[in-house]
Write a protein that binds this ligand. Structure first.
Ligand code: IPE
Ligand code: IPE
Ligand code: MG
Length: 643
């Protein structure tokens, strides 16, 4: 697949006759490039006719890019699954392909036709392929075989390997100006849908995988049907195997049936997704009907079933897309230099944070005393501005410098999670002018992105409703772009409300119970956490609020249930990284009990004093920051904050 195609084997038919001119506009005039796209189309059609049929429901201008993306996934999958090749060799081939893509992106072309089309697609549609880095690394690992203990591990694999490619397709639609973005409050529905699609895929390919000794189902599911795993691995169709398959197809059917998912979406996009769901259900019917044949070859939905789904969808989609003029991209962007950092040298282009202007260095906090998660209520912008005769909006603008400082300080001190409260669900009570200025400030910060080259995984928590679409897209884009970074996880809470988060989680759980995914009477706190919008966000260890207020204002009630609280009087725009270090130092001296009575030996160890500044002399009973004296307060309230 990665060698140049035999020209004679290339399909020379036009993509879709009525759209030929338009399609040419997005595949270029060069014969090599057109041949490359044709090959991608053929790979898609041959490898997965259902995907091919779905792509045909999309506007013609988008199809070549979809074929290129799909053909690239297929190329990588084929390398990872190649029979009769040792796992290490397969992993090396995936790695070589990935590295070659990196090189090709810089060169803006490729000798390999699939990569040639992908590179062209990335440049033409301004796709940032960074998020594929993790997916490709996962594919490399797949070459060594896969085992999943439970559904959570299985889902993590699916999220890592499949979702980034799907995200690229979504981004493509955005770039085309097709207002087809999924309603973001349907994110959970969408994730379940992707889960269901992946499970259908795994069941379809069962015979091929088993031939290679692979069983891509979680242990948790297999164990519910004793004997099924052994029978499957030995290619034996038995009652436990039949029961397992029936259970799994039912589960996949529930997952892909998400009628609310496409509500409010552009009709063309909704038709594509709804048709995908119908095709998946037809495929699941075929799996159910296959019986023992499932272990011999991949079943396919009958022609009649497919025609029943696809014929009306074709008509409806043609009509729907006519309603939306699409943006055909201009000339392809030249060489893409930083789109795909080397997967082997993770995020090699990343820079360390710039030091504080004073030369202050972070204190050394013993690892056992470091908070894992600091959350900040950045308060006092308005009063800071009013005290200076400025508008409140000037205060919000001034606050962005403090945000940058905290991120630099968090990286320097080695904090894992930092969560910032930027706009609450209650803040909409403010004047429209203040809100719109505040949103403009956030948008500008995101567009300029001063953390671009830092090892920061950026995330957003909050509701999309009422937020401008372009801001939501920027937030999602940054999330996708930085999802594989391993340094600081920065979560910015915009249009966030703690109670709202809890209510939404309860609603998702209720839906999961209705779908039969959870047993209400068995639910525990950990289950609730798994259904939160950001399930991997750890508990808040330290909650810091500036601005001289002593309340938590609906911020992270679930996560901060046992947080240490730190209130300081200074206004947010006056803060810098030394205040964060001070807060962490103060935290490191606290004794946390979590309801227990500490044994005498658990008296907290005071972190060692660290000095690097002459204004901060040694002091045996206080923890010192290494910065200038104002940060060396013993009170826990930094003197700087009282300026
Ligand atoms: C915090 O500053 C930022 C937001 C709530 C958006 P404020 O705007 O609340 O500032 P004060 O509390 O009025 O001074
Ligand atoms: C909390 O600050 C919200 C943010 C910092 C984004 P507020 O200033 O809005 O909170 P209250 O009104 O003082 O509780
Ligand atoms: Mg306030």
């Amino acid at each position: 697949m990665t060698s140049p195609p035999d020209p004679a084997a290339l399909d020379t038919a036009p993509y879709t006759r009525p759209d030929r001119a338009t399609t040419r506009a997005v595949t270029g005039e060069g014969p090599a490039l057109r041949a490359a796209y044709r090959l991608c189309r053929r790979i898609t059609r041959r490898h997965d006719p259902a995907i091919y049929a779905l792509v045909q429901l999309m506007p013609a201008v988008l199809r070549p890019a979809c074929w290129a993306l799909w053909a690239a996934v297929t190329a990588l999958d084929d390398l990872a699954d190649e029979p009769d090749v040792a796992p290490a060799e397969r992993a090396a081939r995936v790695e070589a392909w990935t590295r070659a893509l990196e090189h090709d992106l810089v060169a803006g072309t490729s000798t390999d036709p699939v990569r040639h089309a992908l590179v062209d697609t990335a440049g033409r549609w301004r796709l940032d392929l960074t998020s594929l880095q993790g997916a490709m690394a996962q594919t490399r690992q797949d070459a060594h075989g896969l085992r999943f203990a439970d559904w959570a591990a299985w889902r993590a694999w699916c999220n890592k390997e499949v979702v980034p490619w799907v995200e690229q397709a979504r981004h493509l639609f955005e770039q085309a100006g097709a207002p087809m973005t999924l309603r973001l409050d349907r994110q959970a529905d969408y994730e379940r849908f992707v889960d269901g699609a992946q499970l259908t895929d795994v069941l379809t390919d069962l015979s091929t995988d088993l031939a290679q000794g692979l069983l891509l189902l979680p242990q948790e599911a297999l164990e519910s049907f004793p004997g099924a795993e052994t029978d499957l691995l030995q290619g034996r169709w038995s009652p436990p195997v039949a029961a397992l398959i029936t259970e799994l197809t039912a589960l996949a059917r529930r997952r892909v049936t998400r009628p609310a998912m496409t509500r409010g979406m552009h009709p063309g996009a909704a038709i594509v997704l709804d048709t995908a769901a119908s095709l998946l259900r037809a495929q699941l019917d075929a799996i159910d009907a296959a019986g023992p044949i499932l272990l011999q070859r991949a079943p396919r939905a009958s022609l009649l079933a497919r025609v029943r789904v696809l014929s009306p969808a074709r008509l409806r989609s043609t009509l729907a897309w006519r309603l939306t003029p699409l943006t055909v991209p201009g000339p392809r962007r030249p060489a893409v230099t930083a789109n795909l950092p080397s997967p082997a040298v993770d995020d090699s282009g990343l820079q360390p944070p710039p030091p504080h202007l004073s030369g202050a260095r972070p204190p050394q906090i013993p690892a056992s005393r470091m908070p894992a998660h600091v959350a900040i209520i950045m308060d006092g912008n308005g009063r800071w501005a009013e005290q200076r005769g400025l508008s409140r909006s000037e205060g919000h603008r001034a606050g962005t410098a403090a945000v940058q400082e905290m991120i630099h300080g968090a990286l320097e001190i080695g904090l894992r999670h930092l969560t910032l409260y930027a706009l609450s669900t209650e803040n909409w009570k403010r004047s429209p002018e203040e809100i719109s200025e505040l949103l403009a400030t956030l948008r500008r910060e995101l567009a300029e992105n001063p953390f671009r080259d830092l090892d920061v995984r950026q995330r957003w928590s909050g509701r999309p409703e009422r937020l401008p679409q372009d801001l939501v897209h920027l937030l999602r884009h940054e999330e996708a772009r930085t999802r594989d970074r391993t340094g600081l996880t920065l979560t910015v809470c915009i249009n966030y409300g703690g109670r709202d988060e809890i209510v939404r989680t309860a609603a998702t759980l209720a839906q999961a119970a209705r779908d039969g995914d959870v047993e209400p009477h068995l639910l525990g706190e950990d289950d609730f956490t798994r259904y939160l919008p950001l399930p991997d966000m750890p508990d808040v260890d330290l909650l810091w609020r500036t601005g001289n207020e002593q309340r938590t204002s609906n911020f992270l009630p679930w996560h901060a249930a046992y947080a240490e609280l730190h209130f300081t009087p200074g206004h947010w725009p006056d803060m810098d990284r030394r205040d964060l270090w001070q807060a962490i130092t103060e935290y490191s001296r606290r004794q946390r009990r979590h309801g227990a009575v500490p044994a005498p030996s658990t008296t907290p160890e005071i972190p060692r004093t660290v000095h690097s500044h002459p204004n901060c002399p040694p002091d045996t009973d206080a923890v010192k920051l290494s910065g200038p004296s104002p940060s060396c307060s013993r009170t826990g309230v930094s003197a700087r904050t009282q300026r």
